[in-house]
Design a protein around this ligand. Structure first.
Ligand code: NAD
Length: 252
């Protein structure tokens, strides 16, 4: 065991899946940096962690902003410890059929998911490779396999899988593993917003989704956090470059 706790950065962790991941890693004993667009929104999760006896910091940052990403990662290293776990979770959707999709819908989604994961990974890898230990977990999606109305999101989430496999090859010899989780339907604001946009009541939307899922229910943020916890463990060091579908059934 190391003397001081390891430090994790979770992007997009003011709510939803990211918040559950941050809380799970904190309960696993890691110091956690809560990164999201708005610092005050992050402070709710930070306070929950610190009130439970954990160590956490809240930082407002847009993951697609190179300069702010560098500053945020330096701040994490200085204030709660050099990052050894990174979870690239921040995400947005800008769904539309191809003929209606604007260039800005395309660019926004690429910027948050791909540019954001690239900038965050590049800024944190130096701490991981120097110490000879690290874990990067990227959030993909079942939409990587194709989903109507999500040409931008699907391309970004498939891109995340290639990014994951390449980083696993490059960073393996430094003790850094890189894996991806591809969630199916998870109950969060993101899926609630999708229901709203489609004009469907969220409860009906969830029931409809659950009928298509072999385990007979939609996922919860904690279902994803449990898998991140596994990837961040000391004894998962021989698992790298993998994409695990956490979707209540075989979707790959
Ligand atoms: N909910 C699902 O069903 C589902 C399924 C598959 C994959 N995912 C992926 O899981 C991740 C989390 O999704 P969620 O459902 O919790 O979404 P969410 O919308 O509830 O939360 C996403 C968070 O990311 C933050 N964020 C957005 N843009 C950002 C930026 N540029 N910089 C920093 N933070 C930013 C948001 O402010 C928000 O707090 C996303 O990558 C999403 O694509 C979700």
């Amino acid at each position: 065991m190391t003397e001081s706790p390891r430090t994790a950065i979770v992007t997009g962790s003011a709510r939803g899946i990211g918040a559950a991941i941050a809380k799970r890693l904190a309960s696993d004993g890691l110091a956690v940096a809560i990164l999201d667009l708005d610092e005050s929104a992050c402070s709710v999760v930070r306070d929950e962690i610190t009130n439970a006896g954990g160590k956490a910091i809240a930082i407002g940052v847009d993951v697609s902003d190179e300069e702010r990403v560098e500053k945020a990662v330096t701040r994490v290293a200085e204030e709660i410890g050099k990052p050894s776990v990174l979870v690239n979770n921040a995400g947005i959707t800008r769904d539309n059929l191809l003929f209606k999709m604007t260039t800005s819908d395309w660019d926004s989604v690429m910027n948050v998911h791909l540019r954001g994961s690239f900038l965050m990974s590049r800024a944190t890898q130096r701490y991981m490779t120097e110490s000879g230990w690290g874990r990067i977990v990227n959030l993909s999606s079942t939409s990587a396999l194709g989903n109507r109305g999500q040409a931008n999101y699907s391309a970004a989430k498939a891109g995340i899988q290639g990014f994951t496999k390449t980083l696993a090859i490059e960073l393996g010899k430094y003790g850094v593993t890189v894996n991806a989780i591809a969630p199916g339907f998870i109950e969060t604001d993101m899926t609630a917003d999708t229901a709203k946009r489609m004009g469907i009541d969220f409860e009906d939307f969830k029931k409809g989704a659950a009928r298509q899922i072999p385990v007979g229910r939609v996922g919860q943020p904690e279902d994803i956090a449990a898998v991140v916890s596994f990837f961040a463990r000391e004894d998962s060091s021989f698992v790298s470059g993998q994409v695990i579908y956490v979707a209540g059934g075989p979707y790959a």
